[in-house]
Write a protein that binds this ligand. Structure first.
Ligand code: F0G
Length: 401
């Protein structure tokens, strides 16, 4: 049993209402479960594979979900980078190992399942890329049409390729992501498409399972969870999930929620640093990490609570720091991630160097998307393959063997 609750005024809405914001005050909504009626047996969970649907008692979907087998992503111990940073318990949860290569699949398996449960016949989103790739795949699986709005020229190649191949109607608008999000919200409300950006509270339900898996895989609650922040949905989702585990008596503390933004797009960091009650949007966001090239994070009000209530932190990193960490993860740990994902680990390096992360802390970085999402940024950082004549002599000479 669950209902929708406004995070600001507490107004209540029935779960079958098609509503994305509180109709009395305009603030965000969250899914609230009646925990007394939820029958969670940890021993049952432990029998199921690690995946989004292991935790189905605290997810809103009733019947068979629209699933591509999402979640169950690896949690890697970052031995070498951890050693360099003086952190023996530094981990990366590789969300790039989801079906379409990002954490969005956790949100979309729930979000598209809810679209069907609510009787909606088409879905839409605005996206910096990954949301569109994921929505297109899940809409294809469900057999319903999808419309996706992208900021023209600012979406990594792999993500556009996915959205196109999965058969969505892909529209590139001459504006940034923030404008695309405004437009798609208007479109969905006026024309009855189901909105699957992270303003949709059901989508975040799927994403909270990142935190559940971390606790199950580690066997304990880490001191800190670090996420790249764009629209600020994922950090809010993980925080919400952890609090549900506390409410259920399954864990006894929430990790310090830590958000990392790019230097050219840091409204959440500004709000934390200046102790503002709400973010001031960045009108011209810019960063190589196009996934988080967002100036007006729609979930900021939830994220600020998550960071402040847990004694967490917010920091920004430069594009150079992001790309250096992308290379370090690839070359030292064998982990291939896209630039936005490397931001979380680059943020840990920065906070650690500033003495803001203690050496005894256990830290989990969520690395959110796969290396292959943005091949162009990879190629730009690497030498081209060396051409060699097709004979052994030339090969051995080149290799100096
Ligand atoms: N990392 C990646 C790879 C992303 O694609 C995103 C968001 C984030 C981090 C930030 O997550 O928005 O929940 O704070 N991408 C969205 C998209 C905006 O359209 O694909 P957030």
């Amino acid at each position: 049993m669950y209902h929708l609750v406004c995070v600001n005024c507490g107004a209540d809405y029935a779960p079958e209402e098609i509503i994305y914001r509180c109709s009395s005050c305009g603030h965000l909504l969250a899914v609230k479960y009646d925990m007394d009626s939820v029958d969670v047996k940890k021993s049952e969970w432990n029998k199921r594979p690690v995946s989004v649907w292991r935790y189905r008692e605290i997810l809103p979907v009733k019947g068979e979900p629209v699933s591509l087998q999402e979640g169950g992503t690896p949690l890697y111990h970052l031995e070498k980078i951890g050693k360099e940073l003086g952190l023996s318990s530094l981990y990366a949860k590789h969300e790039g190992m989801n079906p379409t290569g990002s954490f969005k699949d956790r949100g979309m398996t729930v979000g598209v399942s809810m679209a069907i449960q609510l009787g909606m016949s088409s879905v839409a989103c605005a996206s910096t890329g990954n949301t569109s790739a994921s929505l297109s795949a899940y809409a294809a699986k469900a057999g319903i049409p999808a419309v996706v709005l992208l900021p023209a020229g600012k979406v990594a190649l792999g993500k556009v390729a996915q959205a196109l191949m999965h058969g969505a109607k892909v529209l590139a608008i001459n504006g940034n992501f923030d404008r695309a999000l405004e437009m798609v919200q208007e479109l969905c409300i006026s024309h009855g498409l189901y909105l699957l950006n992270s303003v949709n509270p059901y989508r975040l339900e799927g994403q909270k399972t990142i935190g559940f898996e971390v606790v199950d895989q580690l066997g304990y609650v880490p001191d800190r969870v670090v996420l790249p922040v764009g629209n600020a949905g994922n950090i809010s989702a993980v925080y919400k999930g952890m609090n549900e585990l506390i409410e259920l008596g399954l864990i006894d503390k929430c990790p310090m929620m830590t958000g990392i933004q790019a230097e050219g797009s840091r409204p959440v960091v500004e709000a934390i640093e200046q102790d503002l009650s709400e973010v001031v949007p960045e009108r011209f966001p810019e960063t190589v990490a196009t996934a988080i090239r967002i100036g007006a994070p729609v979930n900021a009000e939830k994220a600020l609570v998550a960071i402040r209530n847990t004694g967490g932190a917010a920091a920004s990193v430069t594009d150079d720091e992001i790309l250096a960490m992308q290379r370090d993860l690839a070359k030292k740990e064998g982990i291939g991630v896209e630039p936005a994902s490397a931001a979380s680990v680059a943020g840990v390096k920065k906070l650690r160097e500033e003495g803001l992360i203690d050496r005894d802390e256990s830290v989990v970085c969520v690395v959110t998307g796969h290396l292959l999402k943005d091949p162009e940024t990879v190629i730009k950082q690497c030498e081209s393959p060396v051409q060699v004549d097709a004979d052994m002599e030339s090969l051995l000479a080149l290799l100096q063997l």
